[in-house]
Ligand binder design. Structure first.
Ligand SMILES: [Zn+2]
Length: 194
């Protein structure tokens, strides 16, 4: 009887350590934050964008607002100080978009300006962009993460696959996976606005 006891114990310990490893990997935080609004909501204006671009920004904002167990809300407004615009940022091979964060007297976030680089060819619909188009909704979802205080996801957690977080740096042409927040993106905004 004693001889059969040892391998049994070994098997149980191995299983337990594997479970611990799996659990800690699942719980690992990959998001990064840099600041937050003192409130749990803000408004934005998209009327400076071409009308055909606006719905993509609204779908992107709604993706963040819809996160469960999170108090954050984006609301569209015609008079907000936070806004989207399009401009030539740094040419047709430069940045896709830039989020500028405004801060209040306590150095907390108070608003944003998101500039979309008009030198790129943008896909603004809900289907699939061509291989020569960038997906506007995906890039705006990413920039709105910066707007609320999220920095880029730890690069070691950003493999080049469809499982990447929206807040991973960079966006591949013709892809739409950044439209949907990953569980890590959701954990990030929950940490800022529980
Ligand atoms: Zn970014």
């Amino acid at each position: 009887m004693k001889q059969s006891c040892t391998p049994m114990r070994y098997a149980i310990l191995l299983g337990f350590s594997t479970l611990l490893f799996f659990t800690s990997w699942q719980m690992a935080k990959s998001y990064n934050t840099f600041n937050r609004f003192p409130t749990t909501s803000t408004t934005y204006r998209n009327t400076d964008l071409p009308s055909s671009w606006r719905s993509a920004t609204e779908r992107a904002a709604n993706e963040w607002t819809a996160v469960s167990s999170c108090s954050w809300t984006f609301t569209k407004s015609s008079s907000s100080g936070s806004y989207f615009r399009k401009a030539n940022i740094d040419g047709p091979t430069g940045k896709l978009a830039v989020c500028l964060n405004y801060r209040d007297s306590n150095n907390k976030l108070s608003g944003f300006r998101i500039t979309i680089n008009q030198e790129y060819t943008w896909y603004t619909g809900t289907g699939n962009p061509s291989s020569s188009q960038f997906d506007l909704q995906s890039i705006v979802t990413h920039e709105l993460g910066h707007a609320v205080g999220l920095d880029h996801t730890q690069s070691s957690h950003c493999p080049n696959s469809s499982s990447m977080a929206t807040m991973c740096a960079g966006s591949p042409i013709g892809k739409t996976w950044q439209r949907s927040l990953s569980s890590d993106d959701k954990s990030g905004i929950r940490s800022l606005y529980p």
